[in-house]
Design a protein around this ligand. Structure first.
Ligand code: 2AL
Length: 174
């Protein structure tokens, strides 16, 4: 789909197709629809990022809370969204050994207890060793730093999800 096709979508189709570019936050997609027509994929991405940036801190934390844990309960019970399942599999989250799995679970819990929202990282830009290292390091940060860092990661996840749905702006990419 190119950006002209995106701009031609009725509201319902737009939300059906793009509703999960920010995990379990279709209200963001519903809100940015008003900003059509988008000049490019980057313009659509920018509209989403602006909406997120304009939220109060509680709203940003709400977005983080919509994310499933990496290698967490939803992965084990098969209840991840399709996007999340693919991302987590790409980063090897479905193939942790017993030791890695228990370390991940312990650190995820520690992180959530400390900050009140889950650890979020763009899994497709990482691997399991790196994710475990980041999780351990980021547990040491201040809450405001982690809120901002988590939102940066949400935007990276969103960018990759958008790129999977819309032809990128570069003319030679089909
Ligand atoms: C996720 C997820 O579901 N996909 C991704 O890239 N990161 N979750 C998370 N807690 O970081």
């Amino acid at each position: 789909m190119d950006i002209a096709a995106v701009n031609a979508l009725p509201y319902e189709d737009f939300v059906n197709i793009f509703g999960n570019v920010v995990e379990k936050c279709p209200v963001i997609t519903a809100a940015v629809w008003t900003g059509r027509p988008f000049a490019s994929l980057s313009a659509l991405e920018a509209a989403i990022n602006e909406f997120i940036d304009a939220l109060p801190e509680s709203g940003k934390e709400g977005i983080l809370r919509c994310h499933p844990d990496l290698a967490g309960r939803d992965l084990h019970s098969g209840t991840l969204t399709q996007e999340s399942r693919e991302e987590q599999a790409r980063a090897g989250m479905d193939a942790l050994n017993t030791e890695e799995a228990s370390r991940m679970a312990r650190l995820n819990d520690e992180y959530k207890k400390r900050f009140g929202f889950p650890f979020v990282v763009c899994a497709r830009m990482s691997d399991k060793a790196n994710i475990l290292r980041q999780l351990s390091q980021r547990c040491q940060n201040e809450r405001a730093v982690e809120r901002a860092r988590g939102i940066d990661e949400v935007k990276k996840i969103c960018r990759l999800r958008l790129q999977g749905l819309v032809l990128t702006d570069a003319p030679n990419k089909l």
